[in-house]
Design a protein around this ligand. Sequence first.
Ligand code: ZN
Length: 48
Amino acid sequence: MAEAAKKAQKKIKPYAPAKACPKCGSGVRLAEHKDRRSCGKCGYFERK
Ligand SMILES: [Zn+2]
């Protein structure tokens, strides 16, 4: 397989706007997980 073809197959994830943490404020974004969102700063998380 050609190297150029391999690179073309690489998937680009669309950048989803992350939700802000309700405890820390708009400066802290919640990390996206498969079934929940969580804050790395205060430990807050919510289920999807
Ligand atoms: Zn937080």
